[in-house]
Design a binder for this molecule. Structure first.
Ligand SMILES: *Cc1c(COP(=O)(O)O)cnc(C)c1O
Length: 370
């Protein structure tokens, strides 16, 4: 590691593989696909997808064409679906990159069929039906219409029919059974194809929700999939940053922007090289509003004081031996003590956002061993 390194994001690839094996075992008869959109939730699409492949994962989901292209360069043999679906005039890019679109409307299906006919190739695609998100996917009316005029489906093979749960993280929600019933009713009107309804949470809801393929994202990365249940997934992310300065400050003086935090005792303060520009959310600022989890220096908790700045955050190291909390030492912000969901809970967001915001200034380090 270079002397200039200021922030490290360590990704435990063996842990990601273990999490995939766990979900694949839970899913049993269903295939466990890996969702690696948004640069594998901020962790690095190439190393993460390769690790998943080594564990046995063969089907992947990305959000965008450019993510799909990166995936196929890293893993040419992978089956990869693009969740965005078909933007106008992009159909030729899919076969040229070896990708499959997730078609979510009649115009997309018709455009894909027309393109497949024009090149005389049977180009595989998934079909997305909306069962309760009102976001992407065919509406009930769309499905009825293509059911009465199924000609487009003669032009290409439908390799997957999918939908997405709105409340999979809440097992008691009546939305889940409602969406499942609508999914079953609508896919009966479409050409027979393997089915997929569940993300990580849906995979854990029960066998009824797993169908032929599950689409696992957050649980692979150690995040909490289901609210209010213990999370058995291995933690795979560690975020550390250097202490830039240590100073003594007087009782009654204030820390950071807005003078929002007043010291109640003479304090030793350490300023750490991570800020909201690195994805350390400003709403973590403490102790303003919700109590925030501390940083850890040499295993000792160091409470966050004052507002998070763009590039730095200040912590109280008064109770940590001075020899350990020195200029150049490392502070752990996410890791064994404080997980992504702990940070998310204290800043009013979800683990997904904490992960996907971790910025490019962190040097990514990949652990391959277990
Ligand atoms: C992101 C996404 C997933 C993965 O969801 P997780 O909750 O991270 O497991 C699955 N399916 C679709 C359609 C998605 O957009």
């Amino acid at each position: 590691m270079s002397a200039a390194a200021r922030g490290l994001l360590t990704v435990d690839l063996a842990g990601i593989k273990a999490n995939w094996r766990w979900l694949a075992a839970v899913a049993r008869g269903a295939e466990c696909a890996g969702v690696v959109k948004a640069d594998a939730y901020g962790l690095g699409i190439e190393p993460v997808a390769k690790a998943l492949w080594e564990a046995g994962c063969r089907t992947f989901f990305v959000a965008t064409l450019s993510e799909g292209r990166r995936l196929k360069v890293a893993l040419p043999a992978a089956t990869a679906y693009v969740l965005d679906g078909l933007l106008p005039a992009t159909a030729p890019l899919y076969p040229s990159y070896g990708l499959r679109p997730v078609l979510g409307s009649r115009p997309e299906i018709e455009e894909w069929a027309a393109y497949a006919r024009s090149v005389g190739a049977r180009l595989p695609a998934a079909v997305h039906i909306d069962t309760g998100m009102n976001r992407l996917g065919m509406t009930v009316e769309d499905v009825e219409a293509v059911a009465t005029d199924p000609a487009p489906f003669e032009a290409f093979p439908v390799t997957l029919i999918m939908s997405h749960l709105a409340c999979g993280d809440t097992p008691g929600s009546p939305m889940n059974a409602r969406q499942k019933a609508l999914f079953d009713a609508l896919r009966a009107k479409l050409p027979a194809a393997p089915a997929s309804l569940s993300n990580s949470a849906g995979t854990l809801l029960g066998a009824d929700y797993r169908y032929d393929l599950v689409r696992a994202g957050i649980a692979l990365y150690g995040g909490r999939a289901i609210e209010g249940r213990p999370n058995p997934a291995a933690k795979v992310v560690r975020v550390e940053a250097r202490i830039l300065q240590v100073r003594q400050a007087e009782a009654g003086s204030t820390v950071g922007y807005g003078a929002a935090y007043t010291l109640t005792r003479p304090s030793r303060l350490a300023t750490i090289a991570t800020g909201y520009a690195d994805g350390f959310l400003r709403s973590i600022s403490g102790p303003i509003g919700r109590p925030s989890p501390p940083a850890y220096v040499a295993g000792y908790p160091a409470p966050i004081v004052g507002r998070v700045s763009m590039d730095v955050v200040t912590v109280d190291v008064t109770d940590i031996p001075a020899a350990l909390a020195q200029r150049g030492a490392w502070a752990e912000l996410i890791g064994r003590h404080v997980g992504i969901d702990d940070l998310a809970d204290s800043s009013g967001t979800i683990g997904y956002e904490v992960l996907t915001r971790l910025g490019p200034r962190f040097q990514r380090v990949y652990l391959h061993g277990s």
